[in-house]
Each structure stands twice: as structure tokens, then as C-alpha cells.
Design a protein around this ligand. Structure first.
Ligand code: FAD
Length: 477
């Protein structure tokens, strides 16, 4: 069944028994652990949006590989301009509601392109194996966790020169496969996935050959362990507080490979160090195009919440300073989204069939919006007012002796009850003054690569000489 419902997804997890730890303790059933609740909900919501009759037409697409419908955001290999443009729209829509669209189709697509290149350069036969793996994912509807980022140790040294090497590497080659050891960090949604896909994260040299490895293994493969960091929301269910982070957001995991055997049919790269550099570049095109749309969605959410706070406070957009700030955020969201669409419009097809958005536009757009998140969060504080960090808690509101005082003290616009106003202010608190705020900042600044990498890509690819020549001609030099 290519398209699972959210409930079927949860059922499908029960077949696996991964070695997952949360707060130092081994987890028995990931699908019902209270500290993994938000991640399972998040993934469930993604499954439901592709399956439910109301949203299926948008979120599902027929895979050319299987002839069956698959989730666009999770499992589709993006092969046309339409694919990357539609994905950008969906990403903005979902990120504007749940922060993360879970766009693992980007990762599967960039890996598709790199593996194709490896076969072209080395005469290997990894690509047909990878195609079979993608078909398996699409036919089973399984979710992947993406293991790209190695620990990297001392950043000034390549993997092979690390005094305490921890990056993922091949430790044994066997007739029927390979054995790998090492770690991948920041594995978003890790414990909620069925398969882990691991790929190199940076350019490698000849001495780094054993670190040039790409593979996929089921999450309960012997030797694979995940140390999961709970998502930022409250650990116990709440009604009024943390309306977003109590329901959704990703658990992050440190994924440890302790002599994990990978059968030959799931080995997609083994030693071709010269091709490792391709992956970060393809990622810089396709995933950063998505991140422009993703950050546009976050900005939509922040400005929508700010405007609602202004209404609940009784002002709405009448004061010009509030209107200006909301407008500034609208323009930032549209600029970032425009870059997602523009990068798609100016993209081109890779020889493997994957459609790669334009790297210069995607990286410029991401750099632009990333650096504004702090400003937008401060606008939300400004417009919502100090209550978002000082208001009484949900437990106080639920105490019948205290409620009348709070009810009177926090009544504002007659359009909203005090409870409604508290709910709105709690959303603002969740976004701008909580553990979610910190995660959102980290997600915006670091996920998809450090900010400087945007500048490196633009600097490397921008045709500066032609612009210098025009200046020369006009100046008569
Ligand atoms: C919320 C979140 C989710 C994520 N999800 C995933 C995921 O699912 N899968 C995955 O694989 N990764 C994921 N990542 C990882 C993400 O891609 C990395 O965090 C990002 O690429 C930065 O790498 P780093 O954290 O190792 O920081 P570093 O690379 O250590 O960067 C720290 C600083 O050092 C600088 N720096 C580093 N090396 C050098 C150098 N050699 N020369 C000069 N400057 C240098 C950087 O530019 C930066 O300013 C996620 C990250 C976050 C925050």
C-alpha cells in the first residue's frame, strides 16, 4: 500500500523493534512513548494529508516508478519543474501550520542524482539498486530518517585525520555487503522512521575513501542505536499552553552505527570519494529551495499570530507601527517564497532525471529569510505585549478561585473571551518565548547547512566577471 493513513503508519511501526533511548532509558514501544508523542503525531499528520480524500489531490502524486500514488513531500523523486514548484507551495502551506513539512523527498532526490553520477564516473552498478530501494519505499509507504551530518570532530581536519574518528565509515568489506561503524547526528524524526538512509556530508579526499559510503538499513538493524532528544514541547498533554509544540515537532536523534552490516543491495556508494562533493551541492539546490518556502511558511505563521494578538488586544492593524511590522513580515515571506519559485523556474534537469532548482537564487533567498527570523520574533513580542512571558499558567486558569481574577484582569477586545485571548497569547508564547522558539531558531539557522554555505555557493557560481566587464565597458576602461 503506497499511501498509508496516519493510523496505518502507526501500525506499520509495530513490525519494527529499534534500539531507541530517550533520557537515558531504552524505549519499548516508540509509537506510544510520551516523549516521542509529538514526532509520531507529526508524521501521522503527514501521512494523513497525502491519503485523505480532501487533500490527496494536492499532497499525492503518481510515481513514474511504480504507477501508484505516493506522498509528494515524503517519497516522490522530483523530476520536473512542476514537481519542485508544487513542492514549494505545499512546503509553505505545511510549515506555516506545523513548522516542518518533513520534505524527505528532497533527500531521496539529491541522493538519486549523486548515485547516478557515481555509476557514470566509476562504471559501478549502484543506481539500479537505489531505484529498487526507492520503489520499495514507495510501495510500502515507509518513512526515512536522513543521516547526512557526521560529527566531523575537529572541523579543521578531514575525517581521516581525526584523532578520535567518529564519522560513518566502512570497517569491513564482505562478499555479500559491508560493515559500517560511526555516527550521524541531528537525525530528525529518527525513531519514527522505518529506514535510515546515510550519505556523506562533505567533500572528501583520497585518504578519506572509507568515509565515502551511502546506504540504507531498516531502523531495527542490529548494531543501529538512536539516542533521541525529545521535541521541545511539554512532555505531558496540555490544553491551553503550547498549542503547537504540545502536538507537533520532530524528535532529534544521534544515530550510532556499531558494526552494522549492510547487505550489498542497500550499498549505494563505497569508496568513491571523488563523488562525495556532489551531494552537498545538489542538496544546496533542492533542499535550500524548499527551505525558502519553509521559512516563508514560518513567517506566515508568525505574522498571522501577531495580527491575531493585535486584534485580541483591541487594536487590530489600525496603529501604523503594527501595520508596518506586519507588512514587513508579509514582504519577507513573499520574497523568500518568490526565491523558491524563482529557483524552480530557473532550474534545470540533471542527467539522472532529477530537477535541480537554481542554486544562486535558492541560496540567496534562504540567506535573506534566515537572518530575519530574530527580527520577526521580536515583532511578535512587540505586537503581542509582555503578557506572553508573564501571564498566569494554564493551571492557574483552571483553578476556580483564581479564574475570576484572571478573567477580569485579562479581558481586552470584546470580540474575544478572556480564554480565547489566553489561547492566542499562548500561541505567541509558544512561537516567540519557549523551547520551541529556540528549536525554530536552530532549525532556521542550521538545518540545511550553516549560513555561510549560502554565501559560498553564491560567491562560487555568480558570474561576477561578466558584470565587471559591463562596468568596464560603460566606464570605457
Ligand atoms: C533542527 C535541525 C534539524 C536537522 N536535521 C538534520 C537531519 O535530519 N539530517 C542531517 O543529516 N542533518 C540534520 N541537521 C544538521 C545540519 O545540517 C547541521 O547542523 C548544519 O549543517 C551545521 O553543521 P554543524 O551543526 O555540524 O555545525 P558546524 O559545521 O560545526 O558549524 C558551526 C560553525 O563553524 C563553521 N565551520 C564549520 N566548519 C568550518 C570550516 N572547516 N571552516 C570554516 N568554518 C567552519 C560553520 O560555518 C559555523 O559557523 C539538522 C540540524 C538542525 C539544527
Amino acid at each position: 500500500m503506497a499511501l498509508l493513513s496516519g493510523d496505518e503508519y502507526v501500525e506499520s511501526l509495530k513490525v519494527f523493534s529499534p534500539e531507541v533511548y530517550v533520557r537515558g532509558e531504552r524505549v519499548d514501544k516508540v509509537w506510544e512513548h510520551p516523549l516521542l508523542r509529538q514526532t509520531i503525531n507529526h508524521l501521522k499528520a503527514g501521512y494523513d494529508q497525502a491519503r485523505s480524500p480532501e487533500t490527496r489531490a494536492k499532497f499525492a502524486v503518481t510515481s513514474p516508478l511504480t504507477g501508484e500514488d505516493v506522498s509528494r513531500l515524503h517519497l516522490h523523486i522530483q523530476q520536473t519543474q512542476e514537481d519542485v514548484l508544487v513542492k514549494a507551495r505545499l512546503t509553505r502551506e505545511v510549515s506555516g501550520r506545523r513548522i516542518c513539512a518533513g520534505c524527505m523527498s528532497n533527500m531521496l532526490s539529491v541522493t538519486w542524482a549523486m548515485i547516478f553520477d557515481i555509476d557514470q564516473a566509476h562504471g559501478t552498478t549502484y543506481f539500479p539498486r537505489y531505484v529498487e530501494f526507492i520503489k520499495h519505499l514507495q510501495q510500502s509507504g515507509q518513512a526515512i530518517a536522513w543521516g547526512m551530518m557526521d560529527p566531523k570532530g575537529d572541523r579543521s581536519l578531514p575525517p581521516s585525520k581525526q584523532p578520535r574518528p567518529a564519522d560513518l565509515r566502512v570497517v569491513e568489506r564482505r562478499a555479500d555487503g559491508i560493515v559500517v561503524s560511526g555516527v550521524k547526528l541531528h537525525t530528525t524524526y529518527g525513531p519514527g522512521a522505518h529506514q535510515v538512509v546515510a550519505v556523506p556530508c562533505r567533500a572528501l579526499g583520497p585518504q578519506d575513501e572509507k568515509f565515502a559510503v551511502a546506504l540504507a538499513v531498516p531502523i531495527d538493524t542490529p548494531g543501529l542505536k538512536m539516542i533521541a532528544r525529545p521535541s521541545p514541547g511539554p512532555s505531558r498533554p496540555v490544553d491551553l499552553e503550547s498549542p503547537l509544540s504540545s502536538r507537533f515537532m520532530g524528535v532529534e536523534a544521534m544515530t550510532i552505527f556499531d558494526r552494522v552490516f549492510v547487505p550489498e543491495e542497500r550499498v549505494f556508494m563505497c569508496g568513491e570519494w571523488d563523488q562525495a562533493v556532489k551531494l552537498p551541492f545538489y542538496f544546496a539546490c533542492l533542499h535550500r529551495q524548499s527551505k525558502c518556502a519553509c521559512s516563508a511558511g514560518h513567517t506566515d505563521l508568525i505574522l498571522g499570530t501577531a495580527a491575531l494578538c493585535a486584534r485580541a488586544n483591541g487594536l487590530g492593524l489600525k496603529p501604523s507601527h503594527i501595520r508596518d511590522k506586519i507588512t514587513e513580515m508579509m514582504m519577507a515571506a513573499e520574497t523568500a517564497f518568490g526565491c523558491a519559485l524563482g529557483a524552480g523556474a530557473a532550474g534545470s534537469e540533471h542527467a539522472s532525471g532529477v530537477f535541480l532548482p537554481d542554486a544562486i537564487i535558492a541560496n540567496s533567498g534562504l540567506d535573506h529569510i534566515r537572518s530575519r527570523l530574530g527580527i520577526h520574533l521580536s515583532h511578535l513580542h512587540d505586537i503581542a505585549g509582555g503578557l506572553i512571558v508573564t501571564m498566569p499558567t494554564e493551571a492557574d486558569w483552571n483553578n476556580p478561585e483564581l479564574r475570576p481574577y484572571i478573567d477580569d484582569a485579562l479581558a481586552a477586545s470584546p470580540e474575544f473571551t478572556t480564554e480565547e485571548r489566553l489561547r492566542i497569547l499562548n500561541l505567541a508564547q509558544d512561537l516567540a518565548a519557549s523551547r520551541l522558539t529556540g528549536t525554530l531558531l536552530g532549525f532556521t539557522i542550521n538545518a540545511a547547512g550553516s549560513p555561510v554555505t549560502n554565501k559560498i555557493v553564491v560567491n562560487r557560481l555568480y558570474d561576477l566577471e561578466s558584470r565587471v566587464n559591463i562596468a568596464r565597458q560603460i566606464a570605457g576602461v
